[in-house]
Design a protein around this ligand. Structure first.
Ligand SMILES: Nc1ncnc2c1ncn2[C@@H]1O[C@H](COP(=O)(O)OP(=O)(O)OP(=O)(O)O)[C@@H](O)[C@H]1O
Ligand SMILES: NC(=O)CC[C@H](N)C(=O)O
Length: 783
């Protein structure tokens, strides 16, 4: 007890508040280290708060059995180490050495390096000058990357001073923060403006400047992702490895996006792409696109092509495009090296036997493979035999001598090479042995000098084997960090399952718009901006996230609201003859491409005696709350000067309404309560344009088709039989006639649509097919 009281007293002397001092004195981990540090620094009777805080920081960072605690504590007391960054560097330095070399220590920790306020000012000025345009465009979202850049340039500068100077410069250039810099306010404003929009687009509208889906890199500077190491901060088995690495990279961040070319990319990959490219971009680094092509059985050319096209479509440009297979020779040499080091052996167990050796909770204890202790020479010969085709598939594998005692199920004697007589898309028949993911991935990362190997959490358990292998080979060791997979409700994303949907013809192909592959979303009309903004806003944490599909739809709806020209279409046509107009009456009507935004322009449509309206906009039984067309009722036609009033309903022999007769209220009538869309029936003016409309709903009935409680029959039993509705003959106004594939429109009062690649847009037998991207959230024109 006395001892604790004494510790509390000392801790308070160096600046800890009483509560914190008591807490620390009782903390078995930090308490003793903190006490040692204070004693070694000779500061039991007190010091200034900054020194105390640095000692406390040291206590939280250094292992308790380090013999260098005193050395660093003294350096803190003498003010040689004056910032957390310096203490952190010191902890890192001493972790790697037995004896401290003072000169080297000082160099590594920036001892004596004084960064003057003038130097800081100059660096900020230069940076702002060179990045001015980007800053003006991205505003305050760009401050994070700028600060990261400065901190890399002036590693030992006072961080606070750096930040303050930068902020001063930013305000001088772009002014203080305003609504544009507050995402919540920006969204709220956009919402308010949408609400204000009149039910019919008839009203005069002011300019709309809101831009949905503006991208920023904030997500990189939030949460765990913001805490990853800086280049040079990852410990190596040999110091020279880091020196070579930094020389090769120029201290830049290197990341990679490594898809297996066994299918099309999906929305989950959009997250991976944004994380990897975004992380590098935010830190001034570069990103590889690396095809992870070690499984020739599943790989096809169309996948390679589609992956690159998709990455580019999303707006990312790989620094270099590589293939794991580029390194097959090197990988093989390293495998031989591993055997020579006594760390790999050739095994002849069957797959089943190998699995059994791993053991596991319900599978019994782990046990060694009988081939584990073969002599090195024999292993070398056998590996050569594998390579020379002397074994059939399944008869031999090369296994790494990892750890048969470790409880980690992904860290044991993993297979490095297997025999496979499959022609490789790139290397042809050259190899009959192929390296596994566990052998390949970390080595390729190492060869490419990747600083941050970012992947999803199912690889968390593979970290041990990743680090083991590069250390065993004494090659540069990147850092692996994992984030949660992204999933979307009412769909599945795994490429293997997508493949099944395609091969069983449940969907038409990988780009069937009901899927959430990126080519499918593209075809359906989703924009890269909306997809990128969505995955960034979802954020990057270690938790797997299942996001409701409606959230993704809201992003695309917002974006299309900004960019899609409006045209009028009729899904279920009902003919209206306006009896008081002449047979040859025609008036050119101007339709704004986007109400309230003149910059989007307008187009012209003919208004004639016969028009079509949507059957759903007419009701024979009127009621006082109904404002569209009904017998003797008046309704406005969008963009037409005067409204029409229904005067007669014509039916066929079976009582179906086939035509409406109406009167054009050119002599002035009461103002209509609502306006409906219409399309002229005038072959002379090429109106209407016939279109095929495809509407989609969820492909799976349940939110999580993989949930065996909700879906006991398995995910394939959960297919929604009504996921596709085709309207073979809808009518559009002439504004659509020159469309191209992928053009996007808002069909006024209906939804957002995109021209599909099944359309035939040239030649005589022209056919326009459109996909409904999303419906309009609110059918604000109705009622
Ligand atoms: N749903 C997802 N969310 C986030 N990242 C993902 C998702 N799926 C794959 N990734 C990441 O994308 C990168 C490329 O993955 P790869 O194409 O090899 O996918 P995969 O894991 O085999 O995908 P799938 O299981 O869907 O077939 C990897 O780093 C992987 O971790
Ligand atoms: N580490 C990773 O990113 C894994 C990528 C690898 N292509 C896979 O199998 O998913």
């Amino acid at each position: 007890m006395d001892n604790i009281d004494e510790l509390v007293r000392i801790f308070q002397n160096v600046g800890l508040a009483e509560k914190k001092a008591i807490e620390t004195a009782n903390n078995k981990k930090i308490g003793p280290i903190f006490s040692t540090a204070i004693t070694e620094a000779g500061l039991q009777e007190g010091c200034d708060k900054t020194t105390g805080a640095l000692l406390y920081f040291l206590a939280g960072k250094i292992p308790k059995d380090s013999k260098h605690i005193g050395y660093i504590a003294k350096k803190i007391a003498s003010k040689d180490l004056a910032s957390n960054d310096q203490v952190q560097a010191a902890v890192k330095y001493v972790a790697d050495v037995d004896e401290i070399n003072e000169a080297k220590f000082n160099e590594e920790c920036g001892v004596g390096v004084v960064v003057t306020p003038e130097e800081i000012q100059a660096a900020v000025k230069n940076l702002l000058e060179s990045k001015k345009d980007e800053l003006v465009e991205k505003r305050y979202t760009f401050v994070g990357p700028l600060l990261a850049n400065l901190r890399q340039q002036l590693k030992w500068a006072n961080a606070l001073m750096l930040k303050e100077e930068l902020e001063k410069g930013v305000v001088a250039l772009i002014g203080p923060k305003d609504d544009r810099d507050d995402p919540k306010k920006k969204k709220a404003k956009a919402k308010k403006e949408n609400k204000k929009q009149a039910p019919a687009a008839q009203k005069k509208q002011a300019g709309n400047t809101s831009k949905a889906c503006q991208l920023n890199l904030d997500f990189i500077f939030e949460g765990e992702l913001s805490k990853l190491h800086q280049p040079g901060g990852n410990k190596q088995i040999k110091e020279s490895l880091m020196e070579e690495h930094l020389k090769a990279t120029g201290k830049k961040v290197y990341t990679r996006f490594p898809p297996e070319p066994n299918g099309f990319l999906h929305i989950g990959h959009a997250k991976a792409i944004n994380v990897n490219f975004g992380y590098a971009q935010a830190h001034g680094g570069v990103t590889y696109l690396r095809y992870d092509d070690t499984n020739p059985e599943a790989e096809e050319e169309k996948y390679f092509t589609s992956i690159l096209e998709t990455v580019k479509w999303l707006g990312f440009k790989p620094w270099k495009i590589t293939y794991s297979s580029d390194y097959f020779d090197q990988l093989y040499e390293l495998a031989v090296d591993l055997v020579k080091r006594g760390k790999a052996y050739v095994c002849h167990c069957t797959g089943e036997e190998i699995k059994a050796q791993r053991g596991g909770e319900d599978k019994g204890p782990r046990y060694d493979c009988p081939h584990r202790d073969r002599p090195i020479e024999e292993n070398l010969q056998e590996f050569q035999n594998m390579k020379d085709g002397k074994y059939k598939e399944g008869e031999a594998t090369l296994r790494m001598k990892m750890d048969m005692q470790n409880p980690n199920p992904q860290f044991w004697d993993l297979v490095a090479y297997r025999v496979m007589y499959t022609k490789h898309y790139r290397t042809g028949d050259k190899w009959c042995i192929y390296p596994t993911y566990d052998f390949t991935h970390c080595i390729c990362d190492s060869i490419e000098n990747i600083t941050h190997s970012l992947c999803t959490t199912e690889f968390r358990m593979s970290r041990d084997s990743y680090y083991w292998l590069v250390d065993a080979l004494e090659i540069y060791k990147p850092v692996q960090w994992e984030y949660g997979r992204l999933s979307i409700t009412n769909t599945i994303l795994s490429k293997r399952k997508l493949n099944k949907l395609v091969s069983e013809k449940i969907v038409n192909d990988w780009d069937d718009p009901r899927l959430f592959t990126l080519p499918a979303l593209r075809r359906r009309g989703f924009t890269p901006e909306a997809i990128n903004a969505f995955v960034r806003d979802v954020g990057v944490t270690t938790a797997n996230t299942i996001i409701n599909v409606t959230r993704l739809e809201n992003y695309v709806r917002d974006h299309l609201n900004d960019i899609a020209p409006r045209i009028m279409t009729i899904m279920d046509p009902l003919k209206v003859v306006i009896t008081n107009l002449a047979d040859d009456f025609v008036q050119e009507i101007t339709v704004p491409n986007k109400p309230r935004d003149e910059s989007m322009g307008s187009h012209k449509v003919p208004f004639t005696k016969t028009i079509y309206i949507d059957r759903s906009d007419f009701r024979e039984q009127d009621d006082p709350n109904y404002y569209r067309l009904a017998p003797n009722k008046t309704v406005g036609l969008l963009y037409v000067e005067k409204p029409i009033t229904c005067t007669e309903v014509i039916k066929d022999g079976e009582g179906n309404i086939v035509e409406i007769r109406a009167k054009y209220e050119d002599q002035g009538a009461k103002k209509p309560k609502t306006f409906i869309q219409w399309v002229a029936d005038s072959p002379k003016h090429n109106s209407p344009v016939e279109i095929e409309v495809r509407e989609y709903s969820n492909l799976f009935l349940h939110e999580n088709p993989m949930d065996s409680t909700a879906v006991p029959g398995g995910w394939l039993s959960d297919i929604n039989p009504n996921s596709l509705t085709v309207i073979p003959k809808a009518f559009a106004e002439v504004g659509i006639k020159d469309c191209k594939v992928e053009d996007k429109f808002q069909f006024v009062r209906v939804g957002y649509f995109c021209v599909d690649s099944d359309s035939k847009l040239d030649g005589d037998s022209k056919k326009i097919v459109v996909n409904r991207t999303v419906s309009l959230k609110e059918d604000s024109g109705k009622n």
